[in-house]
Design a protein around this ligand. Structure first.
Ligand SMILES: CC(C)(COP(=O)(O)OP(=O)(O)OC[C@H]1O[C@@H](n2cnc3c(N)ncnc32)[C@H](O)[C@@H]1OP(=O)(O)O)[C@@H](O)C(=O)NCCC(=O)NCCS
Length: 164
């Protein structure tokens, strides 16, 4: 298992194991009231384990990212390609602004490249400024607005980044 040490901040980024799933679900439930069942997380962990990462600090999981790989049209043209899709990313409030979200995403991008993905896509609430700033900082572009994407009626931006 690849472990990314970010020593100066005292946290590590590593692949999630099945025993991390309950902590991941706890964080997920905190931010995303739509509560997915355990098998949803377990399936992503088992199918795309390299791109299901957790950040660990103080002996606990303080953030995670989970992704899947899809085949479809590129956001930047017409070719059919493999795309990495960020399903969810979150960091506990007291551990934010330490680069954890950025490092989770950068490590997930590398893992998605290993799966053959040529770009990464994600959806984000149009009101979610912290997340949009993070994605733009890492080179993601707003591709289009997905009208009423969320169950409460809020729109999403579809954002994408080419992997080189
Ligand atoms: C979005 C989220 C994952 C960012 O995690 P994080 O660990 O705080 O992010 P980082 O510390 O790596 O931030 C990297 C950069 O993103 C931008 N950024 C992050 N949070 C920001 C904020 N609140 N306001 C403005 N810019 C922000 C900054 O450019 C930041 O760099 P800087 O700290 O050097 O200025 C976190 O806010 C979170 O968990 N939010 C709730 C869940 C969520 O909304 N997930 C996304 C769903 S699509």
């Amino acid at each position: 298992m690849k472990i990314e040490h970010v020593e100066e901040k005292g946290y590590i980024i590593r692949e999630a194991t099945q025993s991390d799933i309950s902590e991941v679900m706890h964080i997920n439930r905190f931010f995303f009231p739509k509560n997915s069942p355990p098998y949803f997380f377990l399936q992503l962990q088992s199918n795309y384990s390299k791109a299901f990462l957790v950040a660990e600090k103080d002996g606990k999981v303080v953030g995670y990212i989970m992704c899947r790989v899809e085949y479809g049209r590129t956001s930047f043209g017409f070719r059919l390609i493999k795309k990495g899709h960020v399903v969810s990313i979150a960091v506990l409030p007291e551990y934010r602004r330490q680069g954890i979200g950025k490092n989770l995403l950068l490590n997930a991008e590398n893992a998605l490249k290993e799966y053959g993905a040529k770009e990464v896509i994600l959806e984000v609430r149009v009101s979610n400024i912290p997340a949009i700033k993070l994605y733009e900082k890492l080179g993601y572009e707003k591709i289009k607005v997905l009208k009423s994407y969320y169950s409460d009626g809020e729109d999403a931006y579809l954002m994408a980044k080419k992997l080189v």
